[in-house]
Design a protein around this ligand. Structure first.
Ligand code: FEO
Length: 399
């Protein structure tokens, strides 16, 4: 009898949905929740691929029992050791004492470091090595730093299937459907950009290396990540998105205006600039007040759109803290300036530092300023309209 979890013959979805966690990694809001995906391969020998967050261990064990009854799980394949996927290892091993934990050398060192599990009952695999389950064969490919050092994927050549770890994953719980053709995927695309830009965004080079390494496995018919739907027909779109984002290539034309403001004066500059852009025909303008927009959404939009304007007041002879925090996030991710347009503006009361800091930031990033920065002393004045219009002209010219 085909079971409800069986999305391919002998391959079962064992994941869970988390719609209550406030912030993923203690950092990232989850407006659509998140799934932790594990998979079971029911062959002559049974393999579990990854586990789930600690809060859902019992649910995972129940799902496994529902499929295999009293049989045992022979292998636990660990593609990614981060605890949202590995936290149930102990419980799985207690339930199935004969299980062999399969990982590369870096993975197994982390298994010992996090969970105190030594070499007994483990199998170290090298890049390109295979493991037979009977009818099916698994081959392991290391893709380090996507986004941890131990990350790897597990390939099934005959099925043209990859268990990909976090690669090709997205925020967003599964609403019934397991595969992309069983669900409306509309909610995942922006969440995929947010997931990528915040969690993987620093590692564009390693992601490009991983894509090159996986290229000989293409075309893939089924891609099973650790978060979000299983990709089938829509995988080419996912692959294109990961390729472009890891090249730091903007996905769309649009202007992000990210600004801080204490009393609304810098905000008036932001509003005026937005009007000037709209008056010049720019239709995609995304405004983020940095005191109210969570940084993860700001970063998502900066990765997504090709023009960015940052505005901030001076604070403590430095940059307004939410704006400084954004600059730190951008520097950490090393977004190059090619293909992007940048401008800035700022304000001060008795001595200006904001524009100076923003200009220095642009220099460190190698970002060319599209126009002279606009600096407002004390209250916003309509006299600055022409200067802000000059920024709008420059952006439209380069857009
Ligand atoms: Fe979903 Fe990197 O853990």
């Amino acid at each position: 009898m085909k079971r409800i979890t069986e999305f391919l013959p002998g391959i079962h979805y064992m994941g869970v949905n988390d719609r209550t966690k406030h912030r993923f990694e203690g950092l990232w809001p989850l407006p659509h929740g998140v799934s932790y995906n594990a998979y079971l391969i029911d062959d002559e020998r049974v393999a579990l691929v990854d586990t789930v967050d600690a809060a859902f261990t019992e649910r995972l064990l129940g799902s496994i029992r529902e499929v295999i009854g009293d049989r045992s799980v022979d292998y636990l394949i660990i593609n990614h050791m981060e605890p949202d996927h590995s936290a149930s290892i102990h419980a799985v091993r207690q339930a199935y004492p004969g299980i062999t934990i399969v990982g590369n050398a870096k993975t197994l060192a982390m298994v010992e470091g996090f969970y105190g599990i030594g070499a007994v009952g483990t199998l170290t695999v090298k890049d390109g090595e295979s493991l037979s389950l009977g009818k099916r064969e698994l081959t392991f490919h290391l893709i380090p730093m996507v986004h941890w050092p131990e990350t790897m994927v597990t390939h099934m050549a005959v099925e043209r299937l990859v268990f990909s770890g976090d690669a090709f994953g997205t925020f967003g719980a599964l609403d019934g459907g397991i595969t992309d053709d069983q669900t409306d995927t509309a909610k995942y695309w922006d969440e995929m950009v947010r997931y990528y830009s915040n969690i993987v965004g620093k590692y564009g080079g390693p992601v490009q290396n991983a894509l090159k390494k996986l290229a000989p496995l293409l075309p893939l018919e089924v891609v099973c990540p650790t978060h979000g739907p299983v990709w089938t027909k829509e995988f080419p779109r996912v692959l294109d998105l990961y390729d472009r984002m890891s090249r730091y290539e903007p996905l769309e034309k649009g202007v992000v205006i990210a600004y801080g403001s204490m009393y609304g004066n810098t905000e008036q500059s932001a509003e005026r600039l937005a009007r000037e852009l709209a008056a010049r025909g720019v239709r995609k303008i995304v405004m983020h007040n940095l005191s109210s927009s969570h940084a993860s959404f700001v970063l998502r939009d900066i990765f997504k759109y090709n023009a960015l304007v940052i505005g901030a007041p001076t604070y403590n002879m430095h940059l307004y803290p939410p704006a400084q925090s954004l600059l730190d996030d951008l520097e950490l991710r090393g977004i190059p300036g090619r293909g992007r347009v940048f401008a800035c503006f700022g304000g001060f009361t008795w001595a200006g530092a904001a524009v100076k800091r923003l200009t220095e930031f642009a220099g460190r990033m190698g970002w060319e300023l599209a126009a002279l920065p606009v600096e407002v002393k004390q209250g916003f004045s309509p006299d600055k309209t022409d200067d802000l219009a000059a920024i709008a002209d420059a952006i439209v010219a380069k857009h």
